[in-house]
Design a protein around this ligand. Structure first.
Ligand SMILES: *[C@@H]1O[C@H](CO)[C@@H](O)[C@H](O)[C@H]1NC(C)=O
Ligand SMILES: *[C@@H]1O[C@H](CO)[C@@H](O)[C@H](O)[C@H]1NC(C)=O
Ligand SMILES: *[C@@H]1O[C@H](CO)[C@@H](O)[C@H](O)[C@H]1NC(C)=O
Ligand SMILES: *[C@@H]1O[C@H](CO)[C@@H](O)[C@H](O)[C@H]1NC(C)=O
Length: 420
């Protein structure tokens, strides 16, 4: 089912951004030169739209592989392309996005782009949100305003956050990663941003997808600064059904369904991972100047990894949101550099479920039913000081879009374990 609410969504995003108290461009400068940043990608829009319109797709689907079992369906791609060409305005999106507080700074010779939204609350917890692929800072826009607001945890403790959302190296407006760059390097520069750049001595983190590799590195490496870590994925290769059975773990029917989705992903959905890890230039160069190609490659993931109810409340993962995400990749010329993270971190997902470094900082985990990866509680608790393990029946791989209220309320639980 196709749903499009460009104007409504745009209006909501604009008004929520401008209503954030103390959202002024007034960050401290503790040794890093932090500059306000405004998005202007309009130059490339005519070329993008020209390609979107001129790309010739087959008139009808091939009878051998109809539907969406062999990848994105022709009907979905055509519907998305139609809207991209006819009812999507990057200029409008850009105006909305510029309602948020963007900054750039330089750390270890890399430009780091980030959003910074401060709470009006005096004891707000500094929080860094790390996105993954094929996501971007856009994934967290629906939760920023809520997280900065004064709220209560499930046990009634007051909680609010100062929210920082960086773009990973190679994504959006951050520099491409240099040679031999790893997720540990990204963690190091993000730690510099939080501490030296923004003046936060201690902070919390949350993440999605490959952002979990960065967040876990922060959690392990900076154990006096990172005093709470919330995950929707952990950087450990999920267990097979046989491995779970061998551990005598009893799963609920919902957990069994998640494990089945993971086994399905292993069998039919992981080719992109091996391509991006081993031959990033082939797919990267093939799609770098091919917006409809990026839409097929990325759109398949947005569709396959999210809740089938995506686009209906509480999900805001509409086709319009996917077009916004793909447009950001295309217009910032970052498709190629975004997938280098796979090639540079071939062991990003570890096989041994053990901590390599000491931290007693609390860890929180949120599972979402349609995230095609699954970790039973018994395994999550091996890799951190697990204080909360939650499962949501609505949502998938992009919880900031797929189920923003659940992500907000789980992140707020950090307030129960945070020591001021
Ligand atoms: C930054 O770049 C300069 C000039 O290329 C180089 O001399 C310096 O070592 C680099 N610094 C870091 C931290 O990579
Ligand atoms: C970069 O990685 C390659 C391949 O792992 C290695 O051979 C090389 O020594 C590394 N270079 C640096 C500067 O670390
Ligand atoms: C699982 O249960 C079997 C049968 O009771 C036992 O032999 C085995 O050691 C158990 N495995 C683990 C990992 O607890
Ligand atoms: C932090 O890490 C250091 C070095 O591994 C370790 O000695 C220390 O015990 C850790 N602190 C906590 C609170 O886990």
């Amino acid at each position: 089912m196709y749903l499009s609410y460009p104007l409504v969504f745009g209006f909501v995003a604009l008004s929520s951004a401008s209503s954030i108290p103390h959202a002024g461009r007034d960050v401290s400068h503790n040794g890093l030169d932090i500059q306000p940043f405004t998005i202007d990608l309009t130059d490339r829009v005519p070329h993008m739209l020209d390609l979107v319109k001129k790309t010739q797709l087959p008139a009808t689907e091939e009878p051998a592989f109809p539907g969406d079992q062999a990848g994105i369906s022709l009907a979905t791609l055509k519907s998305l392309r139609h809207d991209w060409a006819n009812s999507f305005s990057w200029e409008k999106e850009q105006a909305i996005l510029n309602g948020y507080n963007h900054f750039t700074t330089t750390i270890e010779n890399l430009t780091v782009h980030f959003l910074h939204h401060k709470s009006s609350q005096p004891n707000a917890i500094p929080l860094i949100l790390n996105h993954g692929w094929p996501g971007s800072f856009l994934e967290f826009l629906p939760v920023i305003d809520q997280l900065t607001k004064k709220a209560k945890t499930s046990t009634g403790r007051p909680v609010a956050f100062d929210v920082v959302v960086p773009s990973l190296p190679g994504y959006a407006f951050s520099s491409a990663p240099p040679k031999n760059w790893t997720a540990a390097g990204t963690a190091r520069i993000f730690h510099t941003l939080m501490t030296q750049g923004l003046g936060y001595e201690r902070y919390a983190t949350s993440s999605t997808d490959l952002g979990s590799v960065v967040s876990y590195s922060l959690y392990e490496t900076y154990n006096t600064s990172v005093r709470a870590a919330h995950f929707t994925m952990i950087p450990f290769y999920p267990l097979t059904a046989e491995q779970v059975a061998a551990q005598n773990i009893t799963l609920s029917p919902a957990e069994q369904a998640q494990l089945d989705r993971w086994m399905e992903m292993v069998a039919t959905g992981n080719a992109y991972y091996y391509v991006q890890t081993t031959k990033p230039n082939t797919i990267g160069l093939a799609l770098q100047d091919n917006p409809v190609g990026q839409l097929a490659w990325i759109g398949e993931k947005f569709t396959a990894w999210s809740d089938p109810r995506a686009g209906t409340g509480p999900s805001v993962l509409t086709h319009h949101e996917m077009l916004r995400g793909v447009s950001l990749y295309y217009l910032t010329r970052s498709f190629l550099s975004s997938i280098y993270m796979y090639a540079q971190n071939p062991d990003g997902f570890r096989l041994d479920y053990a901590r390599r470094a000491a931290t007693d900082a609390p860890m929180l985990f949120s599972g979402f039913a349609y995230n095609p990866t699954f970790w039973p509680r018994q395994f999550v608790e091996r890799v951190g000081n697990l204080v909360l393990y939650k499962s949501h029946e609505f949502g998938g791989h992009f919880p900031g879009l797929d189920n923003p209220p659940a992500l907000v309320s789980d992140i707020r639980e950090i307030g129960n374990v945070w020591v001021q």
